[in-house]
Every structure is written in C-alpha cells, then in structure tokens.
Design a protein around this ligand. Structure first.
Ligand code: AMP
Ligand code: MN
Ligand code: MN
Ligand code: MN
Length: 289
C-alpha cells in the first residue's frame, strides 16, 4: 500500500487541477491519497469525480494557524465539509489571505517591482491565494528567477520588505474546529522552513486538545529532524505520517515521494467520523467497506 496524505491542487497553491492531481497520484503508484489544499475544500468534488479505479481519496485540508505570530500548519482529514463553524473559519482565513496579498502587491510596487493585483489574481484563479502566487508574478516580472527566491527577507519571508501578516486561528482552536466537525487533526511539517522552529514541548498540550498525528517524513525534514520528530511522536502517542506536500511543478512533481504506513493510516481513519474515504471504481466513486 502506498499512501500520501498531503498534496495540493489549483484549489490553493498547487499548479495542477484536482483531476490531474488524482491521475498523477495513480501514475505514481499510490493506492490512497489525501487532497489537502490550504484553507479550502473546493477541490474535493472534482478530485472525487476524477478518481481513477483503484485510487482512494481521503478528504482533507491544510489549515493555516499562528502561534505567537509564527506560522503553523495543521492537516485536517475526514471532517464534515459542510460544518458551519469550520467553513466560516476557512472563509475568514481566505478573506484575510486575499486582503494581505493585495497589500503585499502594493508593497512590492512601492519597491519598484512591476507586479499587479490583476496579474496575481489571474495566477491564483479561484484558488486560495498565497505567497506562491505572488512569487510567480515576481518571476513573470523578472525580479527573481525561481519562485523560492521570493521567500527571503528581501521579499516575502516573515519580516521581509513586502511581507504582510494575516489572520489565522491558533493550533488549539483549529484542532477543536476539526474535531468538532468529526475530523482528525495532524501537525504538518514541524521542521519545514528556515528560522523559527515549532517547540516540540508544546506537543503534549496539543495532544490533550485532540491532536492525533504528526508529519515526520516530509521532503523538508532532514534525517536528524525525522529522528527527533519520531521520538517526540512516540513519547506523546501521536500517529506518525509521511507525505510529499506536492504542489505540482512548484515542488517538482514529487507526489508519493514520502508515504504513510497502512497501519498508521488505519489508526488515523478510525478516529474520524465526519466523512469516509472514497474509492474510485469502474462504476465511479464508492465508499469502501
Ligand atoms: P502563504 O500560504 O501565503 O503563507 O505561503 C506559504 C506557502 O508558500 C506554503 O504553503 C508553501 O507552498 C510555500 N512556501 C513557504 N515557504 C517557502 C519557501 N521557503 N520556498 C518555497 N515555497 C515556500
Ligand atoms: Mn502551499
Ligand atoms: Mn504547509
Ligand atoms: Mn502543504
């Protein structure tokens, strides 16, 4: 069983539409995939409709959170996507993201970078807007060569010249929302990104409010970090996940490059009551027993 529980589509900052992500998942040899776009479930219906036979889709989302003004990402799975409190919180986050992207564009323009809000909006399409969309506009404008170069103090990294913060719930609040919607919550890539590091001493408190798992194997984690996270997961009783965090061409089409064990997948699914995984078949999507 090959299982990847963290991938993005054009519903947020991925480059491929949900249907194409599902085809790529199967082509990469996956049996189970979770679509986890930032702060939205908008891609799930199209992903489900396009499910290739034999591929199981786990509904998910990557929720933006803030701890002491530092960004923390929380993965939610198999929640009720119609839950009013969760959908309202996501709408609030997306609205703040939009407002903040507009302000980042204004700051870039003040710095002499010829990007426009219209252009950024066109790149993001109907998806949740994020810094990668602004970064792509900067590449198009020729101020940077590769989109990652936007994530520096010169530009869009926290504290950077064009950086603007935004609203996001705390991890305990996001965990509570996911749990109340019948879902299961997992801490995403606690060692990704430069600079600030998520304090692992906080894990017991998050587990106490319902955190079920932690991403240990992630492309941005080195071997020492994985060992540290595995130890922390075992001490805290958290389920260990491995996932690609694929964003299409932005991350070099790496879907399935890290995986979660079937045993851990089953432990995770057993904790969720808000939705069930859906399996693609010759007759269309169906709920496996
Ligand atoms: P935002 O959602 O606006 O906070 O932007 C964060 C997103 O940008 C993440 O979900 C990643 O897709 C991407 N990202 C964050 N940091 C980096 C980085 N250092 N290099 C490339 N992409 C990054
Ligand atoms: Mn992203
Ligand atoms: Mn993330
Ligand atoms: Mn992600």
């Amino acid at each position: 069983m090959r299982i990847d529980l963290h991938v993005h589509s054009t519903a947020s900052d991925g480059t491929d539409p949900p249907a194409q992500v599902m085809r790529r998942a199967r082509a990469a040899g996956l049996d189970i995939v979770a679509l986890t776009d930032h702060d939205t479930t908008a891609g799930l219906a199209a992903a489900e409709r396009a499910l290739p036979a034999g591929l199981t889709l786990v509904s998910g989302m990557e929720l933006s959170c803030l701890t002491d003004s530092h960004s923390v990402h929380l993965l939610g799975y198999l929640f009720d996507a119609a839950d009013p409190h969760l959908t309202a919180e996501c709408a609030r986050i997306r609205e703040s993201r939009r407002d903040r992207a507009q302000r980042m564009v204004a700051r870039l323009r003040a710095l002499g970078v010829p990007v426009t809000w219209e252009q950024v909006r066109a790149i993001a399409g109907r998806g949740t807007i994020g810094r990668p969309h602004v970064a792509r506009a900067m590449v198009a404008a020729g101020v940077i060569k590769r989109f990652e170069q936007a994530f520096t103090k010169d530009w869009l990294a926290p504290g950077g010249r064009a950086y603007v913060s935004r609203y996001a719930p705390t991890p305990p609040r996001a965990i509570a929302l996911v749990r109340a919607a019948g879902g299961v919550a997992v801490l995403a890539h606690p060692r990704a990104g430069r600079g600030w590091r998520f304090p692992l001493s906080e894990l017991p408190a998050l587990a106490a409010v319902g955190l079920a798992g932690i991403e240990v194997d992630h492309p941005d984690h080195d071997d020492a970090q994985r060992a540290e996270l595995r130890r922390a997961a075992r001490e805290t009783g958290l389920i260990e996940l491995g996932s690609s965090d694929d964003h299409g061409s932005l991350t070099g089409h790496r879907i399935g490059c890290e995986t979660t064990s079937h045993a851990n997948y089953r432990r995770l699914v057993a904790l969720a009551v808000g939705a069930k995984p859906v399996r693609g078949s010759r007759h269309g999507p169906e709920t496996p027993p």
